[in-house]
Design a protein around this ligand. Structure first.
Ligand SMILES: NC(=O)c1ccc[n+]([C@@H]2O[C@H](COP(=O)([O-])OP(=O)(O)OC[C@H]3O[C@@H](n4cnc5c(N)ncnc54)[C@H](OP(=O)(O)O)[C@@H]3O)[C@@H](O)[C@H]2O)c1
Length: 282
């Protein structure tokens, strides 16, 4: 994988997501860190920042990892866009996470509900706060989620820096190829959310393909993402799955099988949520 696409090597090759975990977040995230995850993804809206903070504190106190070995990222909620709101929410998130600095701060969605007329100005003001936080050393990297080409270009067209990361829904059923290519060309690293594609590969044909590598279809979906150059963010409340989802670097999907997975692409097999529709319209 292109080293530039992993922020010069500082971005781990796989991350652990914390939206909708079934069980206590602190115990599950500690379990994930013990299993070997180093990138932990949370967000203001997930309500998991406090649990992540407790897990990180425990993992460091118990000598499982050092703070520097971890890559902790959180996201600014859509209804908190704007310069002052972003700075205030950042401090709140940092407090909940019990951290001195963040590894990555992300804007969660480009267009918030009710800000269809003002989202451009709000994104610019938010980004100004993000750039300041980075300059002050409070955050190592700054990025966005779910931004399309036009949303990304808006920053550079206004003389601002380009986001370092775009976190996007990506799996064999919804590959966003044009957007991913656009990011690659500009050195924007791509993180993949919902990398399993809500079970798209759970069919006899793909179960047989996964078995031919000695893997399950979840691992096949994650490995497909890695070979495509993205950083998958997996999520599991099951310690057995957590361990399996890290076993991705002892096999390679052959070109013919990659072609079969690539052929599953559609423009429609994505989450059906209001924020997606808004993002497409503006
Ligand atoms: N930026 C955004 O807008 C955005 C949106 C959505 C998500 N995200 C981030 O991305 C993360 C991942 O997304 P997601 O939660 O939708 O994704 P996912 O990892 O594609 O799917 C999670 C599901 O896969 C199952 N699973 C995990 N490993 C498995 C395996 N080896 N075999 C079979 N099933 C397996 C889990 O069940 P078990 O618990 O039983 O293992 C869980 O039900 C989120 O937690 C969040 O951090 C970001």
């Amino acid at each position: 994988m292109d080293d530039r696409a992993l922020l010069g090597g500082s971005l781990p090759k796989i991350g652990f997501g914390t939206a909708d975990l079934s069980g206590p977040v602190d115990a599950l995230v500690l379990c994930a860190i013990e299993a070997g995850y180093r990138l932990i993804d949370t967000a203001q809206v997930y309500g998991s920042e406090e649990g992540v903070g407790a897990a990180v504190q425990k993992a460091v106190a118990q000598g499982v990892v050092t703070r520097e070995e971890l890559f902790i990222q959180t996201k600014l909620a859509p209804d908190c866009h704007g310069y002052h709101e972003a700075l205030r929410c950042f401090e709140e998130s940092l407090d909940k996470l019990r951290l001195e600095y963040l590894d990555m701060y992300l804007i969660h969605w480009p267009v918030a509900r009710g800000s269809e007329e003002t989202y451009r100005e709000k994104n610019i003001a938010t980004w100004q706060a993000f750039e300041e936080l980075k300059a002050r050393g409070k955050v190592r990297h700054i990025g966005v989620c779910n931004f399309l080409e036009r949303h990304l270009l808006h920053f550079t067209e206004n003389g601002m820096t380009c986001p370092e990361v775009d976190q996007l829904e990506i799996h064999p059923g919804f590959q966003q190829r044009g957007l991913v290519r656009f990011c690659r060309e500009r050195g924007i690293a791509v993180e993949a959310w919902s990398p399993m594609g809500r079970g798209i590969l759970r069919k006899p044909e793909f179960e047989a393909m996964a078995a031919s590598y000695g893997k399950d279809t979840g691992q096949l979906a994650l490995r497909w993402n890695i070979q495509k150059g993205s950083v998958p963010l997996t999520r599991s409340s099951d310690p057995a799955h957590m361990a399996l989802d890290l076993e991705l670097f002892d096999f390679e999907i052959a070109p013919a099988d990659m072609a079969k997975l690539d052929a599953l692409n559609t423009n429609t097999d994505h989450q059906d949520i209001w924020s997606y529709k808004r993002q497409q319209m503006y």
